[in-house]
Design a protein around this ligand. Structure first.
Ligand SMILES: O=C(O)C(=O)C[C@H](O)[C@H](O)CO
Length: 332
């Protein structure tokens, strides 16, 4: 097992019940969300030593975040307290052909207003194998663009592998802004979650509709030869409650695809990408065979779609038995 540090913003998430729009809701379900916190929880579920670095207000909401992370076995020694508020976001659940939609209310949060590195490099990266961060963080402020780069460089000095999920969020910044920041960050990355939309719209790789995903991975690696592993999912969406998910991986200059996983019905898609990322990182830390890595990560993501909330709720054993049994079986 390995030691992993993930860093990012954690938020309170409020979501409607299916079939209810936000403006008509008089009750909302409460969960925690945040891409990097979700990855930390997946890895803790699989038995890794993992700590989450963030900043939350020094009040009972911040204390509740700490309890949430501890409940899953995520280390909180790098969770800072201070600042003004805990970011929140609202999810209007999708149903049938109507997609889910998100409203962020995270301006002036304790994390987004950080202006300098408040962590000690020693504490943050000591004995860590992987430092995981995502494109959501540099989207939060100009200061975070500089800080993300600084932290990546510091992690490299400590010989950590850098894992980066592009996680483009169009409600936080434009493609142009994201593209120019990515150019600065990607030279430090070892493992990258990026799909063909990222390649075309953010990394300026000319679209070639006749080409498969492997073409884009090859092109991205030609631009960034430091990145050893690329991965993403291909999703066939038949409706908001019915998806087929295929995991893809570029590793050792070879393209791998998982068998497709049918998710029917989709209970909650949010966090599916983080569960996939957690599965890939777990695979990179523990598995030899790239095909096994991508099968595990895709199954982990498929399972996440069956539960409410952003976090993966399944252990390594449960993901493996889902893989072995296939969907739709009773486990006795
Ligand atoms: O969108 C964000 O900024 C979040 O981190 C919220 C969710 O947890 C995330 O999108 C899931 O990947």
């Amino acid at each position: 097992m390995g030691k992993v540090i993930t860093l990012g913003e954690i938020m309170l998430r409020f979501s409607t019940n299916q079939g209810t729009r936000l403006p008509q809701s008089d009750k909302l379900n409460v969960h925690y969300g945040g891409g990097e916190a979700n990855v930390a929880i997946s890895l803790a579920n699989y038995g890794h030593t993992v700590s989450f670095a963030s900043k939350v207000p020094n009040n009972s909401l911040g204390e509740a975040v700490k309890k949430h992370l501890k409940r899953y076995g995520v280390g909180t020694e790098t969770l800072l307290f201070g600042g003004n508020r805990l970011g929140t976001y609202y999810v209007e659940s999708g149903i049938g052909q109507r997609a889910a939609s998100v409203v962020y209310d995270r301006a002036h949060s304790s994390f987004s207003e950080m202006t300098f590195n408040e962590w000690s490099e020693e504490i943050l990266f000591s004995e860590a194998d992987i430092f995981h961060i995502s494109g959501i963080t540099p989207a939060l402020s100009h200061q975070w663009r500089t800080l993300t780069l600084e932290l990546m460089k510091a992690a490299k000095r400590k010989c950590c592998k850098i894992s980066f999920d592009i996680n483009y969020r169009g409600k936080l910044w434009t493609q142009k802004e994201a593209g120019s920041v990515l150019k600065m960050l990607l030279p430090y990355v070892d493992y990258c979650s990026a799909g063909y939309m990222d390649a075309i719209h953010l990394l300026e790789i000319a679209p070639r509709p006749e080409e498969e995903l492997s073409y884009y991975y090859k092109k991205m690696q030609a631009h960034y030869p430091n990145i050893q592993v690329f991965y993403s999912t291909k999703r066939t969406v038949t409706s908001a409650s019915d998806n087929e998910l295929t995991g893809t991986l570029w590793m050792n200059e070879t393209y791998y695809e998982s068998k497709p996983q049918l998710i029917c019905p989709v209970v909650d898609r949010v966090g599916g990408g983080d569960a996939f990322c957690g599965g890939v990182l777990h695979g990179l830390l523990t598995k030899e065979n790239p095909q096994d890595i991508i099968e595990f990560a895709t199954a982990a993501s498929a399972l996440k779609h069956t539960v409410e909330g952003d976090c993966n709720q399944f252990s390594e054993e449960e993901v493996n038995s889902f893989l072995a049994a296939g969907s739709g079986k009773i486990i006795r």
